[in-house]
Design a protein around this ligand. Structure first.
Ligand code: NAD
Ligand code: UGA
Length: 452
């Protein structure tokens, strides 16, 4: 089977950028990204400045490949039928109800994809798990494909995605590794080879790791858990620093300078956010419990508990500095997305911290250069932490006019360049408490600078 057509189901933060890069690097292959959300497909086909995903470098890649061999389409059935290889890059959020609610991954989107693939396929396909999935999901997918189709051979591969938002394009161009899991059978090996060939167009062969399916599925959950664990470790130590007079920034450098430990993912913060760390660790905890590994489950659960504790601790710190009463206090929140250089606010610590500040009576002025104020309000509504009265206390902030708001507090929530490179001396900060949730401005001379 020659791979001439690829279909990717799911045009989100993973499906969009990964397929754009595959199309760019493999001009000989037609890549079509489909999605059940028609509005999203419209935006992917619309002006480059308003693509549904904001990622540095993405616009340029889409500009070059779109209409050449990269397409975005609503036609799920037709594109499944016409493709030899199908990626599933749909969302796998934490289950909201039923068995495992609040912990297990909701696989309904993946299952519905598998049903569509079975229903619309007329020839053999290689089906690829791009979404992050619990270990042994491929078994379930295989069953669904078998039950819903006739005389068609589906080979399932696991090819988890390791990109981070804000650096996705660079991560895809220069992946640390590409992981491909497949069955140790003749057809399994053939399918792995086909996918290796695709990545080999730009990734050096030694960086393409092939494993069995279960190792590949689990490696993705484990990688995210290990990264998040480092953040919780450093954040837990920031609490001890506060009590002892040690400095968490200095501690982070001292620890990270040991080559065996390394400096990455040791930046103290208001807690990690993003759509994946929390859901993937909860999923890992659920899996461990399911296999009767209660101590292992508890070990990983602690990573989430420390993250929640860090958010609480930071919010408490702000409230305490205002003598436990934020009524009528005007506070600027800089950064709504869960990190810099993205328009994604899923599970952002800003949401949780603002909730606590609003409950304590604060009047908030929120800014983020990468997402709209409408998105802020949408998040607030979605998290149902507000009644109308609280939403009334949420306002947009024009960063260029920050001096005009009579602020009593400024809270730095993410490391956006705009905030880090701003000349804070231009503002009269003498009567403003500056809460630095990233220790990002430690080199600026800021009076009343309150770090983690
Ligand atoms: P997303 O919510 O941005 O995109 C998922 C898309 O799938 C949505 O547009 C949705 O409409 C579509 N969809 C869902 N069910 C569908 C169906 N049956 N048919 C057609 N379209 C359907 O999600 P995402 O952030 O791109 O994440 C996707 C997966 O990749 C998740 O499993 C996630 O854990 C994993 N992942 C995400 C990142 C990241 O940075 N966001 C990185 C690595 C891995
Ligand atoms: C993370 C992983 O880094 C990716 O490898 C993975 O593919 C992805 O999750 C996923 O599966 O979704 P992402 O969440 O996009 O990527 O961004 P990160 O850079 O990992 O940051 C996550 C959160 O941790 C952010 O809120 C960030 O500010 C915070 N963080 C990061 C810290 O608080 N300290 C650090 O030292 C690093």
């Amino acid at each position: 089977m020659q791979i001439k057509n690829i279909c990717c189901i799911g045009a989100g933060y993973v499906g969009g950028p990964t397929m754009a890069v595959i199309a760019l690097k493999c001009p000989q292959i037609k890549v079509t990204v489909v999605d059940a959300n028609k509005e999203k497909i419209k935006s992917w086909n619309g002006p480059l400045k308003s693509l549904p995903v904001y990622e540095p470098g993405l616009m340029e890649v889409v500009k070059e490949a779109r209409g050449r061999n990269l397409f975005f389409s609503e036609d799920i059935a037709g594109n499944i039928e016409n493709s030899e290889m199908i990626f599933m890059a749909v969302n796998t959020p934490t289950k909201k109800e039923g068995d495992g609610a609040g912990m297990a991954a909701d696989l309904s989107f993946v299952e519905s994809c598998a049903k569509d693939i079975a229903k619309f396929s007329r020839s053999d396909k290689i089906v690829i798990e791009k979404s992050t999935l619990p270990v042994r999901t491929a078994e379930k997918i295989k069953e669904i494909l078998k039950e819903n189709s006739k005389n068609i051979h589906f080979e399932i591969l696991s090819n988890p995605e390791f990109l981070a938002e804000g650096t996705a394009i660079n991560d895809l161009f220069k992946s640390n590794r590409v992981l491909i899991g497949g069955d140790d059978t003749k057809t399994g090996k053939k399918a792995i080879k086909k996918l290796v060939e695709i990545y080999s167009n730009w990734i050096p062969k030694e960086k393409i790791l092939t494993t069995n399916v279960w190792s590949s599925e689990l490696a993705k959950l484990a990688s995210n858990a290990m990264l998040a664990q480092r953040i919780s470790s450093i954040n837990s130590l920031s609490a001890l620093c506060q009590k002892t007079g040690a400095n968490i920034g200095e501690l982070s450098i001292a620890i990270g300078s040991d080559q065996r430990i390394g400096p990455h993912f040791l930046q103290p913060s208001v807690g990690f956010g993003g759509s994946c760390f929390q859901k993937d660790i909860l999923n890992l905890v659920y899996l461990c419990k399911n296999y009767g590994l209660n101590e292992v489950a508890e070990y990983w659960h602690q990573v989430i508990k420390i993250n929640n504790h860090q958010r609480d601790r930071f919010a408490r710190k702000i409230i305490k500095h205002f003598d436990e009463n934020l009524k009528g206090k005007k506070i600027a929140i800089l950064g709504w997305a869960f990190k810099e250089r993205t328009n994604d606010s899923r599970e952002s610590s800003s949401i949780y911290i603002c909730k606590k500040l609003l409950k304590n009576g604060a009047e908030l002025f929120i800014h983020d250069p990468n997402l709209s104020f409408e998105k802020v309000i949408e998040d607030i509504d979605q998290h149902r932490f507000s009644n109308d009265e609280l939403v009334k206390d949420v306002n947009p902030l024009d960063f260029n006019k920050i001096s005009e708001y009579n602020l009593e507090g400024i809270v730095l929530m993410n490391n956006e360049h705009l905030y880090l490179n701003f000349d804070w001396k231009k503002l009269d900060l003498d009567n403003i408490l500056f809460f630095d949730g990233r220790n990002g401005l430690k080199d600026h001379e800021i009076p009343n600078h309150i770090c983690l």
